[in-house]
Ligand binder design. Structure first.
Ligand code: ADP
Length: 485
């Protein structure tokens, strides 16, 4: 098997910088690809957090005059996973207090087009004859809108290699005023319906989808859904036209980081055959979050961005009804102000029964996955989702909406699926408060039948969510694009 060289371009990569699932994928897929003979290197912006956390490094290239962009340089380092890392260092664009996409108040950085235009531009330089590096990729693999212009720049570069793009969430598109086309030195002819124009604006993601040789997205079901008006976010026409060039590949998870037998964030370790530790984690979680200590009460866990997408408004709506039953609720998340407020108010109204932690807390997210009995994830749409994998692996059956990757990774618990050993959670169709309520109730009823509950937990914990299968599917896509046998 020939070795494929891939430049993997991403705007976040765990454990250096993370706001969501993209970071997890970027941290875990490249090492899995390296295991199967793909020489992948990761290109990421040099945010303050990345520069602070990366290991020993050396400058390997400088870019003094990329038209339209401030000077920048490439710093080479190696990630803990062994994956070679190229950090795009450009202090005026990336070194600042705040997140990768927004300032500390949550407002998008005003120069995001320039910031991610540079990321795309440098990716294209590295994939063409202009590259200053001796290592040359056979293919550039971008992710989400932040890398969307790569294909446009590659299309006019000399000696360019093919590129693919992975959609992690079609809702984020990077749409900006058309004037940016000039600012970013894009070919004027590209501002066209057959190009980067979207309803009068320029769109990073549209550009990515239009110019990529192949498109992947993070679950087979989402690959179909985005071709419909309901979940296509205005891009369904293009996606439908390109349907033969789209592949849905379910994400895996980092099974070392998320392992109930060795997870450093947990109070006690456990496995499918030694479940006592799970009960200890439940008590520890109740203690940490100020909930009443009660081993027998069903504890519902949530770890999520608090946004419309994640459907937690429905959960907050039904919470008073749910809490008429003996249940506890623990919520970890941050996002829209009204949802944060509603979660806080719920906790104040039900002391000892509801706990809400507003913020981002990696350790607590592991403790909730391990300590809760049920995990609630009623996303309106979900390209893949990761928490439903984590919760299954930690013996915490998820309650999910029948959409995207949730539908691809959770098998609804029915008498038949319980009997044939495939049941791994609770799936509801129809995004209504009542459907969510009755599905959680169905789960709680099963919880009280401990024999069935234990069987369900065991199914969950025996599933294989490692990256190996997905990495092989990505390699097949690379080979197809390159026309290699
Ligand atoms: P998305 O990328 O849409 O936010 P995913 O389920 O794909 O959703 O991935 C979310 C990732 O971010 C998971 O690893 C999840 O545990 C983590 N996460 C989300 N919110 C928080 C939070 N408040 N604290 C800690 N981790 C969080």
């Amino acid at each position: 098997m020939p070795e494929i060289k891939v430049l993997f371009v991403t705007s976040e990569v765990a454990p250096l910088i993370k706001t969501g699932g993209l970071a997890d994928v970027s941290g875990a897929l490249p090492p899995a690809l390296r295991q199967i003979n793909v020489d992948v290197r990761v290109l990421v912006p040099g945010y303050t957090q990345v520069l602070a956390k990366m290991g020993p490094s050396e400058v390997v290239a400088t870019f003094k005059d990329l038209p339209g962009f401030p000077p920048s340089r490439l710093i080479f380092s190696i990630m803990k996973s062994g994956v070679p890392l190229l950090v795009l260092d450009c202090p005026p664009l990336f070194q600042r207090e705040g997140g990768p996409y927004s300032d500390p108040n949550g407002h998008d950085w005003i120069d995001n087009p320039l910031r991610f235009g540079l990321l795309s531009k440098v990716a294209a330089v590295l994939g063409s004859d202009e590259s200053p590096l001796s290592w040359r990729p056979n293919l550039v693999h971008g992710n989400d809108w932040q890398t969307g212009l790569t294909g446009v720049y590659l299309s006019v570069a000399k000696g360019s290699v093919p590129n693919i793009i992975t959609i992690h969430n079609l809702a984020f598109q990077g749409n900006f005023r058309p004037q940016k086309v000039q600012l970013l030195h894009l070919p004027p002819a590209s501002f066209n319906v057959n190009g980067i124009e979207l309803y009068g604006n320029m769109s990073f993601l549209k550009a990515g989808l239009y110019y990529a040789y192949h498109i992947t997205t993070v679950s087979p079901n989402y690959a179909r859904e985005i071709q419909s008006a309901e979940l296509g976010f205005g891009l369904q026409g293009l996606l439908h036209a390109r349907r033969d060039d789209i592949t849905g590949i379910l994400n895996g998870i980092d099974t070392q980081e998320w392992d109930p037998e060795s997870d450093k964030h947990l109070h006690s370790h456990f496995s499918a055959s030694r479940m006592a530790g799970k009960a200890h984690n439940k008590l520890a979680l109740q203690m940490r979050m100020g909930l009443d200590s009660d081993a027998g009460i069903p504890l519902l866990g949530i770890v999520s961005r608090l946004t419309h997408q994640k459907g937690l408004d429905l959960l907050l709506e039904i919470a008073p009804r749910l809490l008429e039953m003996p249940v506890q609720l623990v919520i970890l998340g941050s996002g829209e102000a009204f949802m944060q407020q509603a979660a806080r108010e719920l906790a104040l109204r039900y002391p000892g029964r509801v706990a809400a932690m507003i913020g981002f807390d990696e350790g607590l997210s592991h403790q909730i996955e391990a300590g809760a009995d049920l995990f609630i994830m009623p996303s309106r749409f979900e390209p893949c989702g990761l928490n439903q994998f984590y919760s299954q692996r930690y013996g915490t059956p998820p309650v999910v909406h029948n959409t995207g990757g949730l539908a691809d990774s959770v098998v609804d618990c029915t008498p038949e699926t319980l009997k044939n050993g495939t049941a791994s959670g609770f799936v509801f169709s129809g995004m209504t408060a009542n459907n969510l309520f009755f599905t959680i109730k169905r789960a709680i009823d099963l919880y009280h039948d401990q024999r069935k509950w234990k069987a369900l937990r065991k199914n969950c914990m025996s599933k294989d969510f490692s990256w190996e299968t997905s990495a092989r599917a990505y390699r097949r896509v690379y080979m197809k694009v390159l026309g290699w046998k």
